[in-house]
Design a protein around this ligand. Structure first.
Ligand SMILES: NC(=O)c1ccc[n+]([C@@H]2O[C@H](COP(=O)([O-])OP(=O)(O)OC[C@H]3O[C@@H](n4cnc5c(N)ncnc54)[C@H](O)[C@@H]3O)[C@@H](O)[C@H]2O)c1
Length: 272
């Protein structure tokens, strides 16, 4: 997978975003920008990436961003453009899980608003600022066995969840935020498809990250549920999800746009 351009990963301080950003460094990206609200974690990861990067003259930086705030997202993208003059791959992986279990009648509205602001509006803000700079970039080209082809001006991959297609009880705030994110992503993809900019969605099932571990601490019964319900008897590793994201960033996915790829080991195959 040839991902040798400039990459920005939002939510790169932990979990799926962290693994995706490190994989960009390992697979030859010229530059990897680690953006996160947790600036310390993003800086540490950026530093770590230097030891695994394979591109000559690899460059990296960390940026503090709060995806709830459009001005903060705008200044993140401006910083990337100032430093590198181009953005080939943007991965939007910042997100948060639910803190409480509540049904429709007992739902805590402040939690609903918080999850919507991060998981849905956060994706909207990132798309707004990324698309504005990426859609007018010169397209990149690759040489295939059948000749040279354009791979477009860039690729944006948004991490949502299996919960952007499937509902579960007592999880309205999270599920609603993910369904909203899916619709934002699809609309943005359709609006921009003639530019060649590709905008896709990756929908992970349970993935072994700090977010899942926190959930398991709150609800220890999840450990057993994952063992029993998941076809492979386990959650995904962050690396397994990062690889799906990388496929969508790569030239191999140059004809894939506006799509949702569910990576859940097949648990939802009979439902979705
Ligand atoms: N872990 C799972 O089981 C799982 C399953 C399905 C979907 N997801 C989704 O994958 C995405 C990544 O989750 P993860 O498991 O890697 O979680 P994680 O908690 O390990 O990482 C999320 C990162 O997002 C950052 N973040 C949170 N709010 C932010 C904000 N307002 N601005 C900027 N950064 C912010 C955090 O600081 C953190 O570094 C999320 O959207 C999550 O909903 C996770």
């Amino acid at each position: 997978m040839d991902v040798n351009g400039i990459s920005l990963v939002v939510g790169a301080g932990s979990g799926i975003g962290l693994e995706t950003a490190l994989l960009f460094a390992e697979r030859g990206a010229k530059a990897v920008v680690f953006a996160d609200q947790a600036f310390g974690a993003a800086s540490e990861a950026s530093e770590k990436s230097k030891s695994i990067a394979t591109a000559t003259d690899y460059q990296t930086m960390a940026i503090a961003v709060d995806v709830r705030d459009r001005a903060s997202v705008k200044s993140m993208v401006e910083e990337v453009m100032k430093q590198f003059g181009r953005l080939d791959y943007a991965v939007n992986s910042a997100g948060t899980g639910r803190k409480t279990e509540a049904d429709v009648t007992s739902l805590d509205e402040s939690e609903y608003d918080l999850l919507h602001d991060i998981n849905a509006k956060g994706i909207l803000h990132c798309l707004q600022e990324e698309i504005a700079v990426m859609k007018n970039q010169e397209p990149a080209y690759v040489e295939g066995r059948n000749g040279r082809r354009s791979i477009g001006p860039g690729s944006i991959i948004n991490v949502t969840s299996l919960s952007s297609s499937v509902c579960s009880p007592n999880s309205i705030a999270y599920t609603a935020s993910k369904f909203a994110a899916k619709s934002i992503i699809k609309c943005a993809a359709i609006e921009n498809r003639r530019s060649g900019l590709r905008i896709n969605e990756v929908c992970p099932g349970y993935t072994d990250t700090p977010m899942l571990r926190l959930g398991m601490k709150r609800q220890p019964e999840m450990i057993d549920l994952i063992k029993k319900a998941m076809p492979l008897g386990r959650a995904a590793t962050p690396e397994e999800i990062a690889n799906v994201i990388h496929f969508l960033a790569s030239p191999g996915a140059s004809f894939v746009n506006g799509q949702s790829i569910i990576a859940d080991s097949g648990v939802s195959a009979s439902i979705v």
